[in-house]
Structure formats: C-alpha cells, structure tokens
Design a protein around this ligand. Sequence first.
Ligand SMILES: Cc1cc2nc3c(=O)[nH]c(=O)nc-3n(C[C@H](O)[C@H](O)[C@H](O)COP(=O)(O)O)c2cc1C
Length: 357
Amino acid sequence: MKDFSSNYKNILVYYFSGTGNAKFAAEEIALLAEKKGVSAKVIKLVDEKPDLSVTDENTLIGFCYPTHGFNAPPVVLKYIVKFPKGKSDIFLLNTRAGMKLFKFQTPGLGGMALWLPAIILKFKGYKIRGFRPLDMPSNWITIHPGLIKSAVNFIAEKCKITLSKFTNRILLRKRVLSGFFWLPVDIMLFPISIGYYFFGRFALAKTLFASYKCNNCGICIEKCPVNAISMKNRRPYWSFKCESCMQCINNCPKRAIESSIGINAIVWWLVFSLVPHSLIGYLVDQQVISKGFYLQYSRLIFYIIMVVSGFALLFSGYWILHQLLRIKLFNRIITVTSLTHFKFWNRYMYRSKKEVE
Ligand SMILES: Cc1cc2nc3c(=O)[nH]c(=O)nc-3n(C[C@H](O)[C@H](O)[C@H](O)COP(=O)(O)O)c2cc1C
C-alpha cells in the first residue's frame, strides 16, 4: 500500500485544448487525485483567471496543453507569462502527436513546449515536480487525416496508464522529469520553433475556409477557444489570432471547414520564394539596395523581405480568397480539390467515454 500521507491538499490543473487531448489529460489527473482524497479543480486556461485562493505548499498546480510548432501554443505562453508569482509545486504536461505504426506507438516532438513554460515558472518562484510529454493521437488534420478509431483507442489506453503512474508519483511529491530525456532533440528543433512562433502560425491561420456546405450556424465561432473567427459576408473568417488548434475543422457538424492544400502550396511558394526573390531583384536593380550591401547581408535581407511581404501577402491573399469563395462555382472547385474534403480524411476529436455516453 502506498503512503499518501505526504499528499497535497489541493490540485489545480490548468488546460488549453483544441481537440480534447490536453483536456482529457487534465481531467484524468484531477480524477485520479480526487480518488486519493485531494481536492481537485480543472481550470480552462484563457477563459478563466488564475485561482489564487489556494497557492501554498499544500497545493500542486499543473498545466496541460498541446504542442504547436515545437512549442507551447502562444496563448498558453501568454497566460504563463502573466501568471502570478508563487512558491507552490507545479507540473507541466504537453500532449504531442502520437501515431500508431503497426503494433507500436510513435512519439511526437515537443521542442520548446516544456522548456519555455518551465523556465518562466521557475523565474516566478515555482518548484517543478512534474515535467513530461504525453503522446496522444495527433490532431493536425490540415496535414494528415485523423487516426482511425482503433489507433486512437490504442494510444488512449497507453496514455491512461502513463497518466496514472505520473499522477501517483507527483502526488507523493516525487519528481517526474522525463521531459529531460528529449533535451538533445528539443535543442535541434529550437530554430523551427522560432520560425513557427514568428511566422508559421500566422500562415497556418490562413489555410482554413468554409466550403459551400457551410450553413452559417456559427458553431465554429462559438466554440473557438480564442475567439479568432468572425462572420464576414455570412461566412466564417479566420483572423491572425487563430491558434490553429483544429477545434473548428474537427467540430463542424456539416464538415464544412476545409484546408486547401493547393492554395496553401501556391501561397507558400509565393511567400517563401517568388515574391521575396522578385522584390530583392527589383530593389537591387533600382539601387534601393546597393549590390555590395546585398552581397554582404543577402540572407538577412531575404528573411526580412520574406517576413514583411509574407504578412502582406497572407493578409491580402486570404481576404481575396474569402471574397472569391462567395462565387459558388469557385467555392465548389476549391472545396472538391482540397484533400481534407475526401471521405477518408477523418476528423479527430478526443471524447472520453463519459462524454460519448
Ligand atoms: C498547428 C499544430 C501544430 C502541431 N505541432 C506539433 C509539434 O510540433 N509536435 C508534436 O508532437 N505535435 C504537434 N501537433 C499535434 C498536437 O500537439 C497533438 O495532437 C496534441 O495532442 C493535441 O492536443 P489537443 O487535442 O489538446 O489540442 C500539432 C498540432 C497542430 C494542430
């Protein structure tokens, strides 16, 4: 029999979740804690302010959130930056993209997802008790079809075991720092996480659109955890606030939200290649940039022009697409040529048995 006498009195679990994985982890931890007699509270990050009523050494504070672009989602980072200082023990758990390959489960890649929040919270005075990734079914529907049910169940069962071991250990005030195991890989991913944070995420926000099946019900707007969608010309419009959490595309009852891979490819080619190269050529020809200066700083100039023109292109291009999608024929063509439109392109949402029943 394990001794739970050194247990915490309270546990507060903050979570952010697009498709239910991190929510499931947060609720599972809270449930396990309650079974051990610990008073547990699950708090939806963004919507709810930090609970400051119990923050002493008898309180364990946890954060569960998905990995986005080898980092914690920006909305989570912002919340943690604003989180009040404290001395409690904390745990961090980032859900990653798990896949099933034959009888094996493949792990996702976390990058900075654990490290940045851990560093920020450490500076705020917290003590890190738990620090680990959790490989749940991948939800990145704009790049691959959702996993089939048997694969989801296979991964979820493994997660339940991992969560149970993790919770039991941290409740006994033992450390679980398995996130450290990933440090070498996480360091290698650091440059990509920077690129994603400053540019990639904004580009991804502009790949979603409402197809001709959209009946203007507004569920995507209502459910969006960061209020990034608004109705423009009776059609949902995604702003740069979008976290690409995949809640909308996976939750639309009409399956009317798509991501056009063809359009994405064209936009990415324009943003990363054609436009910056052409602009630089023009600016050097016109001697706005001298040849010598260009030769010395070619890489830097390319990146600056790429980011500036990229944002302008994304913003205006998406607005134009939104207008064109009002034309029925155009909308149909873009919809039926989107891979996400095909039947085999499953949607994904983790719903616990409790929710399904
Ligand atoms: C835009 C986006 C970026 C992602 N980036 C990563 C990543 O860098 N590494 C990873 O392992 N998983 C990545 N994923 C997968 C999710 O982190 C993973 O499926 C997570 O469990 C989803 O949790 P949620 O359902 O709580 O949102 C990404 C998913 C999305 C939608």
